[in-house]
Ligand binder design. Structure first.
Ligand SMILES: CC(C)(COP(=O)(O)OP(=O)(O)OC[C@H]1O[C@@H](n2cnc3c(N)ncnc32)[C@H](O)[C@@H]1OP(=O)(O)O)[C@@H](O)C(=O)NCCC(=O)NCCS
Length: 291
């Protein structure tokens, strides 16, 4: 595969995403209407790896990032081509560069409509729809079912949630959780002395994201979300979930957040989403790129 791609009069080459100024990345995401702040890009650069497509004088025309979890799996995100160079092969070339760097890992991503056919043609298959709920959190949040267990802030070590998260996510993301926890409020649900769920709230984009939300059933997930929505009353909140029906989806609908957009979870390699009975499950995503 070529080390450069020619689009119109530009020849673009791949450069490590850490070697460009964050203002250029921010301009790229703003240019396609995404809410990422420079701080969000900085966080993502700490959490994963990435490349940018630059021309001979250092202008950035595209980006792609990947977040490896061990040797088996990685998520992909922040795939962007600047509007003036779209539909000329840069997106495909960026993805091929990412494939080369991810080896034979199973790959998963959350595709926008704009990118869906590109990913299909690159061998990804559809697994699920992600619903993006967002808006001003109202006070009080909608009624919640009876709580079974005790909710409390996680004040100690994130070790308490890493094994639970691995069962829900399918692979260990201990390092990512440690990074996320630096700027997050974390709530845990314990029942009978066991940790059965957790949720994080952290600043992102226009306000706060509630996610990851990990629970074994809809009622637990509702409590783990409501506790943060209560704190965010009057502020911008966002929840990304694959739940389309059921009590948790109903709760989000009643929360008066609006359903802003959908993206499609796709994978290449082994299947990524494997929900099992009453096992823990990711009710809320950490973010589109992080899944
Ligand atoms: C999605 C995106 C990255 C694609 O980048 P790109 O540089 O335009 O992609 P390419 O030129 O390599 O095109 C890839 C395929 O997409 C399709 N495509 C791209 N733009 C298209 C357009 N305007 N009309 C029709 N098809 C189009 C083509 O089918 C093309 O397939 P081909 O290689 O067989 O011709 C770019 O549109 C973008 O940044 N969109 C906004 C951000 C976004 O949604 N990112 C995806 C996150 S998951």
């Amino acid at each position: 595969m070529g080390r450069t791609v020619r689009v119109k009069s530009f020849e673009l080459a791949a450069k490590d995403i850490n070697d460009v100024d964050v203002t250029l990345l921010h301009a790229l995401s703003t240019g396609v209407g995404w809410p990422h702040r420079p701080k969000d890009w900085d966080f993502l650069r700490r959490a994963g790896h990435g490349i940018v497509a630059v021309d001979g004088i250092g202008r950035v025309f595209g980006s792609a990032m990947w977040f490896p979890y061990g040797r088996e799996f990685a998520t992909i995100g922040l795939v962007i081509t600047s509007p003036r160079t779209q539909a000329q092969g840069t997106g495909r070339w960026l993805m091929e560069q990412v494939f080369e760097r991810c080896g034979d890992r199973t790959l998963s991503l959350n595709s926008t409509d704009a990118a869906y056919h590109l990913y299909l043609s690159l061998g990804f298959t559809k697994e699920a729809t992600v619903y993006q709920w967002q808006g001003e959190a109202v006070s009080p949040p909608p009624p919640v079912p009876a709580l079974d267990g005790e909710l409390s802030p996680l004040t100690g070590n994130i070790q308490e949630i890493t094994a639970l998260d691995e069962r829900a996510f399918g692979t260990s993301r201990q390092r990512l959780l440690a990074l996320l926890s630096e700027g997050a409020s974390i709530c845990v649900l314990r029942r009978g002395g066991e940790t059965v769920g957790y949720s994080m709230k952290r600043e992102f984009g226009r306000g706060h994201v509630i996610g990851p939300i990990v629970a074994s059933n809809d009622c637990d997930a509702i409590h783990l979300t409501a506790v943060h929505l209560k704190d965010l009353a009057g502020k911008f909140a966002r929840v990304d979930t694959r739940e389309q029906t059921g009590l948790f989806a109903d709760f989000l609908q009643q929360s008066r957040l609006g359903m802003n957009d959908t993206v499609t979870t796709m994978s290449k390699g082994r299947r990524f989403l494997n929900r099992k009975g009453n096992e823990p499950w990711v009710y809320g995503l950490a973010g589109h790129a992080l899944s």
